[in-house]
Design a protein around this ligand. Structure first.
Ligand SMILES: [Mn+2]
Length: 348
């Protein structure tokens, strides 16, 4: 079993990428801001490198599985990404494959048949504390980074022979988006000096913070706010009001006119309650046999609960303060198991 740890430097990874001829940039299913930001930034940097060496940059793309965020058209051009397709990837036959923002088979299900048996052509760039190291022979894993866009910013700078502060604004913008979204726009406990330094350098490279925030965050359909009302009305508090449990029911999602997948981020509201240390959001998937999506958040501080450890118990993973899983079972049954496990972690 390959160790889940860094075994290449930014410099080595840059040199390896420069030696490539055909590229594919991948990320986890249902890419978020950090996944889109890191992959699109890398596509843009690799295209510049390719053009300089007389190659055809148009074939360098990000391959996304599981759908794209609704703001994708505001941050990436249509010719920069495509829906991940195993046979098309095989036909492309890339000799340099980069997987950003994950290194876990569970997050790469759609592309697993393509990735299997190609470890020597794969580099993983990630910031999660767990992953399946055997996926790629080259691994750059910075668990201290709040967003994978932080090491990817330095990789882009290395590829372009510049500094992060001197990156072209279209590369800086998507990297900034990744850092902003993975820190909840600089509100979460993972905000650190390096986050603000990197974000500051990217702003200096020409990122328009207000435009980006409006285009990506302030664009909810009314149904999302209506759904939030329903989900919060059904909130349960357990263990002396330290655990909040939210349920996103398919019936409610449909009645407010949303699509499943437009329901993320509801837990932030419950985390605003002073007594709450942990919030669990459970989402019905409608899959048969029943499968419940679980998203957990925990607050920093004395006796902080490691939700990644709880997620691992049920086959998921993530970070100590933000983790998730997809758990077989009906929503109430999954909720009961987690209420108990989190109770133990809270010392109840
Ligand atoms: Mn990330």
């Amino acid at each position: 079993m390959a160790e889940w740890a860094t075994n290449v430097s930014i410099e080595e990874l840059g040199a390896w990428l420069e030696g490539g001829h055909r590229f594919a940039v991948l990320t986890h299913t249902k890419p978020d801001g950090d996944a889109v930001g890191s992959t699109i930034a890398l596509v843009r940097a690799l295209r510049v490198v390719c053009e300089r060496s007389g190659g055809d940059p148009s074939r360098i793309m990000a391959h996304f599985a599981g759908g794209t965020p609704r703001w994708i058209g505001d941050v990436a051009f249509e010719d920069e990404y495509q829906t991940a397709n195993v046979s098309e990837l095989e036909a492309l036959d890339p000799d340099r494959i980069v997987v950003c923002d994950t290194g876990a088979w569970s997050q790469l299900r759609e592309v697993a048949p393509f990735l299997e048996e190609r470890a020597e052509r794969i580099a993983i760039v990630d910031h999660h504390v767990t992953g399946d190291g055997e996926i790629g022979d080259r691994r750059l894993i910075e668990t201290d980074a709040a967003a994978v866009c932080q090491p990817v910013a330095r990789l882009c700078a290395r590829l372009l022979g510049s500094t992060v502060a001197d990156l072209a604004s279209e590369i800086a913008e998507v990297l900034y988006l990744g850092i902003a979204t993975d820190t909840g726009w600089f509100r979460h406990s993972n905000v650190s000096p390096s986050v603000l330094r990197d974000a500051g350098e990217l702003l200096g490279a020409g990122v328009d913070h207000a435009r980006l925030y409006q285009r990506t965050e302030q664009r909810d359909p009314a149904g999302r706010i209506l759904l939030m009302g329903r989900v919060l009305a059904g909130m349960e508090l357990h263990h002396g009001d330290r655990l909040a449990v939210l349920r996103v029911l398919l019936r409610d999602v449909h009645e407010v006119g949303l699509e499943p997948g437009q329901t993320s981020g509801l837990g932030d509201q419950a985390m605003n309650i002073a007594s709450v240390r942990v919030c669990v959001t459970l989402t019905e998937t409608g899959e048969d046999p029943a499968l419940t999506k679980v998203s957990m958040r925990s607050k920093e501080g004395d006796g902080a609960v490691d939700v990644a450890a709880i997620a691992r118990e049920v086959g998921g993973g993530g970070h100590a303060r933000a983790a998730g899983a997809r758990v077989p079972g009906e929503i109430d049954e999954v909720a009961a198991g987690l209420v108990e496990a989190i109770g133990r972690a809270l010392g109840v």
